[in-house]
Design a protein around this ligand. Structure first.
Ligand code: LIP
Length: 295
């Protein structure tokens, strides 16, 4: 059983990651964004993309982790086979070197590097850096959530499904047909947007799970719902959201307590007027999910 990291040790690792991301990683993403439109690989299908920059950045992060924190395990999106099993009981870095790879390839300035640490199966450090917009979201367990150097304190306003902006994604799983995840997602989107359904204020599709969760953390969006992403997409943002008063539950109805690699997620902001708003929002949202997503 690995030694458990204390709150002070988590805060020091968080600060170290912030400096590393700003000096060593951010300039790579910022300078290479939009330069790989003719040189990327396709993974599971034509729209699940990866570049040499994803792999280079992950290698740099792994080297940083091994040199500075050899006692902490390492999981990276680009060095793990999709069916490889892993547990997150011992302290573990969970890394998405470029979250929003499609945005990165197209030069759309909304890609980021997401470095999380899990311990006891829970997210305990989160650093998400979008160098294009100079936005570095960070947090560690019990130490608060920040955007750059400013604490994240959401202005209190009523949380309700009807008056919400929600992050949705097309994702890379595109099998179209009766009973598929793709069809269930778009049927759900339609029911939430329709004037015969939840009639929500709107949805946003930004192309990065990590940034979506950070934008929920700071209250730019009220919620984000996705199925198909992985532990490395959500771990860092999850810690930031928790420290900002938000909550993540499963994407399917009834999934109140989920593992980090649940594969489907509903992230909901803090900044509540009444304490029961978050649970009511989650129940109301789940009532519109058109069939359970399966992974
Ligand atoms: C992306 C996720 C996004 C999802 C995309 C893709 P990547 O991660 O952040 O939420 O909709 O399909 O999986 O592949 O850019 O690291």
């Amino acid at each position: 059983m690995a030694k458990k990291l204390t709150g002070e040790e988590l805060r020091k690792i968080e600060q170290h990651l912030i400096e590393f991301l700003k000096t060593d990683i951010g300039p790579i993403l910022k300078n290479a964004s939009g330069t790989k439109f003719d040189s990327y690989d396709e993974k599971v299908n034509d729209v699940d993309l990866v570049t040499v920059v994803d792999k280079k950045v992950e290698t740099l992060i792994r080297k940083f982790a091994e040199e500075n924190y050899p006692e902490i395990k390492f999981i990276g999106e680009e060095s793990l086979s999709k069916d490889e099993r892993f547990d997150l009981e011992d302290p573990t870095f969970i890394v998405d070197p470029i979250d929003g790879t499609t945005n990165f390839i197209h030069g759309f300035p909304f890609s980021c590097t997401s470095i999380g640490v899990a311990q006891g199966g829970k997210p305990v450090i989160g650093c998400v850096y979008n160098p294009h917009l100079n936005q570095l979201f960070h947090a560690s367990l019990g130490n608060g959530a920040y955007l750059n150097d400013e604490p994240i304190n959401i202005e209190k306003r009523t949380l309700s499904l009807k008056k919400s902006i929600i992050g949705f994604e097309g994702g890379s799983e595109r099998e179209d047909g009766k009973g598929t995840n793709f069809t269930k997602k778009f049927d759900t989107y339609r029911k939430l947007l329709s004037d015969r359904g939840a009639f929500i204020h709107g949805f946003r599709s930004l192309g990065s799970a990590a940034m979506n969760i950070c934008y929920v953390s700071i209250g730019y969006m009220d919620a984000y719902w996705e199925g198909g992403c992985w532990a490395w997409d959500v771990c860092a943002g999850w810690c930031i959201l928790n420290e900002a008063g938000g909550k993540i539950v499963g994407g399917n109805p009834g999934q109140w307590n989920i593992p980090i690699n649940n594969r489907s997620y509903l992230a909901v902001r803090g900044g509540l007027v009444d304490d029961d708003e978050q649970e009511k929002f989650i129940q109301d949202f789940w009532g519109f999910v058109e069939g359970a997503l399966k992974y």
